[in-house]
Design a protein around this ligand. Structure first.
Ligand SMILES: [Zn+2]
Length: 270
């Protein structure tokens, strides 16, 4: 019944807004950093050092011990470069095409998987930045550039064998990602994406909008708030797909499933 409602909403959509949290990557085989346990499963080396995700995702490392800072982020960069986005990305692309709909992606993930799956760069808002972009760690200027560096890692020590440098002042560079306790993150690229998203929303007011939210938990609720605030507008339906925290007020739709499985189940009814 709920699935049929979701399929009806998808069938009627003029506009898709895809909102994604960390759970979106799980079906592509990406680690879930939920809780220390999840993080240490993915990175046993940090369990031995007694370091949590919050400890590792700290901009101070790039100043104090860049090989350590780049150990964590270089490893993730390599992992995301090697990952193939799961079939769920293609399912939504097919819905967009079938409806001749327009779309926008809002993601808290820094992994670049939507671009990799063929979504247009100017239709994506990366609220926490992107690991595939760099900035100076000082920073000496406001420039953000693409990360084309090779960053081999010694996986025993999780230390980087190459430290990407700022191309302007030769200081250490860092990923253009909002980290914990981060005062030096440059938000220019994300701000520009946000402006594009806001114009997109303005231009599509009054149309039948379906928000498909996947894998966005309550721990860092930015994405959930985005979906809920979009859902307050007339004509907008939110489909919240989440295996553990799917609750949302009606008339919105709650599917207690993983991202891929939820999308496949809706797709099977179309
Ligand atoms: Zn610099």
């Amino acid at each position: 019944m709920i699935l049929k409602q979701a399929a009806d909403a998808v069938r009627a959509a003029d506009i898709f807004i895809i909102t994604a949290g960390a759970g979106m990557g799980v079906d592509s085989g990406l680690p879930d950093f939920r809780g220390d346990h999840g993080f240490w499963n993915a990175y046993p080396m940090y369990a031995r050092l007694g370091l949590s995700f919050v400890d590792c995702a700290n901009p101070e490392h790039f100043e104090r011990d860049p090989a350590f800072g780049w150990g964590f982020y270089g490893h993730r960069t390599n992992l995301y470069r090697e990952t193939t986005p799961h079939e769920g990305f293609n399912i939504i692309k097919r819905w967009i095409k079938r409806n001749s709909a327009d779309y926008f992606v809002v993601t808290s993930n820094v992994d670049g998987q939507f671009q990799k799956a063929g979504y247009a760069d100017d239709r994506i808002l990366e609220v926490h930045g992107s690991i595939h972009h760099l900035q100076c760690s000082s920073p000496c200027c406001l420039t953000i550039w693409e990360n084309n560096e090779q960053i081999p890692i010694n996986t025993d020590t999780m230390r980087a064998r190459n430290i990407p440098r700022c191309k302007f002042c030769r200081e250490v560079s860092r990923p253009n990602i909002l980290m914990f306790g981060d005062c030096s993150w440059l938000s220019g690229r994300t701000n520009e994406q946000r402006r594009r998203f806001e114009s997109f929303c303005d231009a599509n007011r009054g149309k039948r909008i379906v928000v498909i939210e996947m894998g966005a938990g309550k721990a860092i609720p930015t994405i959930r708030f985005t979906s809920e605030s979009l859902g307050e507008k007339q004509g907008t339906t939110v489909i919240r797909i989440n295996p553990r925290e799917a609750d949302i007020d009606s008339p919105h739709i709650s599917l207690e499933l993983g991202a891929l499985q939820g999308l496949q189940k809706i797709d099977s009814l179309l």
